[in-house]
Write a protein that binds this ligand. Structure first.
Ligand code: HPA
Length: 272
């Protein structure tokens, strides 16, 4: 069975439980997942119930798809995403985005926690993902092209939707939230980068580094699903302050800026 058939199988099952036509897809990053708990009139589908869907390997987080309304806006939210560092192949990591496309989702909002490389940033900065660097050493579009989704050689000039970027900037301005903009570079992880790697990232043009999101953006672009991304800079990247990095710090910062982040995401989905 190829990836397309698996996506169709998964989508057919989800369609039997809820209608996600014209919904906004939401993928929430580390520490930002609580937005999903505010979804109303919801249908919750555990990943483990969905045929061919990957199941999270991290204990304690089951992973579920939440179909419902966030502030009255129809959303399809992934509570728990798949990371390349967990050992899934890239096609699997990005599969849920393709399933969203088949379900008729009309735009995708992706978020993550990231390390700040740009020295103008600080812990708690929100960054609109202007562009991406795929440094994961793999690519979700490798293999036979799935023509049902898109072309063999997809354009990445506008990997992130220019219209949605403009909208996100307008939302931030109207809410009086400072939103920086920059290039998100994805490493495979799971270790945080070394200071030498961060110097390299800086030289090649990265403003932030992380371990997710890039496969999802690439697959969305391939399938012509407009995508917009926001990173929460939870820490300055390795070597910049000299301080050692920890997941605790990442979670604490994400918690601290959560209200701002939530307001921005809600405003954005209202205007998309
Ligand atoms: N590096 C990679 N991923 C991250 C970081 C970081 O510094 N912070 C949060 N996610």
């Amino acid at each position: 069975m190829n990836i397309y058939e698996k996506c169709v199988g998964a989508a057919d099952y989800i369609k039997s439980k809820c209608d996600a036509t014209d919904a906004i897809g939401l993928i929430l990053g580390s520490g930002l997942g609580a937005v999903g708990q505010e979804i109303e009139n919801k249908t919750v589908i555990p990943y483990s119930d969905i045929p061919y869907f990957p199941t999270p390997k991290v204990e304690g987080h089951a992973g579920e798809l939440i179909c419902g309304e966030l502030d009255g806006v129809k959303v399809l939210c992934m509570s728990g995403r798949f990371h390349f560092y967990e050992g899934y192949d890239m096609q699997t990591v990005a599969m849920p985005v393709r399933v969203m496309k088949l379900l008729g989702v009309r735009a995708l909002v992706v978020t993550n926690a990231a390390g700040g490389v740009n020295r103008d940033f600080s812990e708690g900065t929100l960054m609109l993902i202007d562009d991406i660097i795929n440094f994961m050493g793999d690519n979700p579009l490798v293999g036979e092209n799935v023509a049902e989704f898109g072309t063999r050689f997809p354009d990445m000039t506008n990997a992130l939707s220019p219209e949605l970027k403009t909208l996100a900037r307008e939302c931030a301005k109207d809410l009086d939230i400072e939103l920086k903009s920059g290039v998100y570079m994805a490493f495979r992880g799971p270790n945080y980068e070394t200071p030498a790697e961060i110097r390299f990232a800086s030289i090649i043009g990265a403003d932030a580094v992380g371990m997710s999101t890039v496969p999802e953006i690439m697959v969305a672009r391939h399938a012509n699903l407009p995508v917009v991304g926001i990173s929460c800079i939870t820490n300055m990247a390795a070597g910049i302050t000299g301080k050692e990095l920890s997941h605790e710090e990442v979670s604490l910062t994400a918690k601290r800026v959560f209200n701002e982040f939530r307001a921005l995401v809600k405003e954005l989905i209202h205007r998309i």
